[in-house]
Design a protein around this ligand. Structure first.
Ligand SMILES: *Cc1c(COP(=O)(O)O)cnc(C)c1O
Length: 390
C-alpha cells in the first residue's frame, strides 16, 4: 500500500525505535528536528510571508519553545493558548487572536496582554472588539468553499460572504478600529492548490472595492493553513504549492504585493509524530469472515480523532512487518466501549496475518491534531502521553 521509507528515513526510524522501546503505550513521539526542517522549508518557500503557527495543531511546550526561538509568530484561539505561549517570552506583536468566536472578556484579556490583532467575521464580534480592544487591527475572514478537496474541511462554521466582509471593514473603521486585511482558510490538508487562486481573487476584489469606494487601504492577506502533511493520499510538494500560490498573488496584485501571513499547523508538525499503539486483541466475527478486527490501545478518543469518517488516512506499520510476511484486510478499532471508536473499515488496510496481542501498530505522521485533540478520561482511559525527541 505504501512504503514506510517514504515517511521516515532509516536513520530516524532507528532513532525512534531506540527512544521509544521502553515507553508505555499508547504514546506519541515527536521528532523536533522534523518540525525545525519543516519550518525552515516553509519559510524559504514563502520568503515574503510571516508565519503564524496555529498552535492548536500541537501545543507541546518544546514545540512552542523551539518555534518561538526560530522567530515564528503564533495564531491563538483561546486565552488558555495565550497563557501557554506567554511562558516563552513572545512579545504580543507576534500574536494574533485568530478565533472568530470569542467572549468579550477574553478579548479584553488579550488586549490587556498587549495583543492588537484580531480576526472577525460578524458584526457583534466586531463591536465587542471595538469595545474591549480599541484601535486594534482587524482582519475579516471570508468564507471559501472547500469541502470537496480538503481532507479536513473548515468551511461553513467560519468566515462570512465577501459582501459582508466589506461591510464589516467599513464598520471597523467607523468604530475606530484599524481595517488591516482579509483572511481565509481553504481547508486543512487541502490537496487542490487551485483553491488558493479562488480565495485570492476574492481578496483582490475586496482590496480594490474598499479602496475605490471607501478609501480604505487594506495591507494584509492571511492565507491560513491547509498545506499538507504526508499521509497515504498523495499531495503535491510544498515547492509546488509555493510556486503556484506565489503566481496567483503576483497575477492579482502585480507589483503591489500586500503583507502575507501564513498560519500553518498540520504542515509544520504532522510529519514529526509517530503514535505507538499496542494490539489488545484480534478477532473475527464469524468463521468465514474475510476481514479481521484488530483492536489497539489508541483510538478516536485518545489521539486518532481525525480518523472520523476515515478522513485522514495515516500510514500504519507494525512490529510484524517483514519481507514476505502475509497480509490480510483488517478493520482497526480502538479500546473504548463506543462503537464509533473504529478508525478504519472502508479504507481496507492490510496488516500481517500474524499480528498478536502485544504487537505494535505504529501510526506515522501523527504529529498534528492528536495528543490534545482527545477526551480526558472516556472509559477511564487517560489522555495519550507525548514525548519529544531532540
Ligand atoms: C486550524 C487553523 C489553522 C491551521 O490549519 P492547518 O491546515 O492545520 O495548517 C490555521 N488558521 C486557522 C484560523 C485555523 O483555525
Amino acid at each position: 500500500m505504501f512504503n514506510r521509507k517514504d515517511y521516515v528515513s532509516d536513520k530516524d526510524w532507528q532513532r525512534f525505535l531506540d527512544f521509544s522501546k521502553d515507553l508505555e503505550t499508547p504514546n506519541v513521539v515527536i521528532n523536533l528536528n522534523t518540525i525545525k526542517q519543516n519550518y525552515i522549508r516553509l519559510r524559504d518557500s514563502f520568503p515574503y510571508a510571516r508565519i503564524y503557527y496555529a498552535m492548536k495543531s500541537n501545543p507541546g511546550e518544546p514545540v512552542l519553545e523551539m518555534l518561538a526561538e526560530m522567530g515564528s509568530n503564533f495564531d491563538i484561539a483561546s486565552r488558555y493558548e495565550l497563557d501557554m505561549i506567554s511562558k516563552f517570552n513572545v512579545s504580543p506583536d507576534r500574536l494574533s487572536y485568530g478565533n472568530t468566536i470569542k467572549k468579550a472578556k477574553d478579548i479584553k484579556y488579550f488586549y490587556d496582554k498587549g495583543v492588537r490583532m484580531f480576526a472577525t467575521d460578524s458584526k457583534d464580534d466586531l463591536k465587542a472588539i471595538a469595545e474591549n480592544a480599541p484601535g486594534s487591527r482587524i482582519y475579516v475572514r471570508i468564507l471559501v468553499e472547500n469541502s470537496v478537496s480538503a481532507d479536513w474541511p473548515l468551511s461553513r462554521k467560519f468566515g462570512c460572504h465577501p459582501d459582508m466582509a466589506y461591510d464589516l471593514l467599513v464598520l471597523a473603521r467607523d468604530l475606530g478600529l484599524t481595517p488591516y486585511g482579509i483572511s481565509f482558510h481553504v481547508g486543512s490538508q487541502q490537496r487542490d492548490i487551485g483553491q488558493w487562486n479562488d480565495a485570492i481573487a476574492k481578496v483582490k476584489y475586496l482590496f480594490t472595492s474598499l479602496e475605490e469606494e471607501e478609501g480604505i487601504r487594506l495591507s494584509m492577506i492571511n492565507m491560513g493553513g491547509g498545506f499538507p502533511a504526508s499521509y497515504i493520499e498523495p499531495t503535491n510538494t510544498l515547492a509546488e504549492y509555493a510556486s503556484e500560490i506565489t503566481r496567483y498573488i503576483q497575477e492579482d496584485f502585480g507589483d503591489d504585493i500586500p503583507e502575507i501571513i501564513l498560519e500553518p499547523g498540520r504542515s509544520l508538525v504532522g510529519d514529526s509524530g509517530i503514535l505507538t499503539s499496542e494490539v489488545i486483541l484480534t478477532s473475527r466475527k464469524n468463521n468465514t469472515a474475510l476481514a479481521r478486527w484488530v483492536y489497539v490501545d489508541a483510538g478516536k478518543f485518545n489521539g486518532l480523532i481525525e480518523t472520523l469518517d476515515e478522513s485522514i488516512k495515516y500510514p500504519v506499520v507494525t512490529s510484524r512487518d517483514a519481507p514476505g510476511e502475509k497480509e490480510g484486510v483488517v478493520i482497526i478499532a480502538g479500546p473504548t466501549c463506543d462503537s464509533m471508536d473504529i478508525m478504519y473499515e472502508d479504507a481496507k488496510y492490510k496488516l500481517p496475518i500474524s499480528l498478536k496481542p502485544g504487537d505494535k501498530l505504529y501510526w506515522l505522521s501523527t504529529g498534528a491534531y492528536t495528543s490534545t485533540y482527545a477526551s480526558v478520561a472516556f472509559n477511564g482511559f487517560p489522555p495519550i502521553k507525548t514525548y519529544f525527541m531532540k
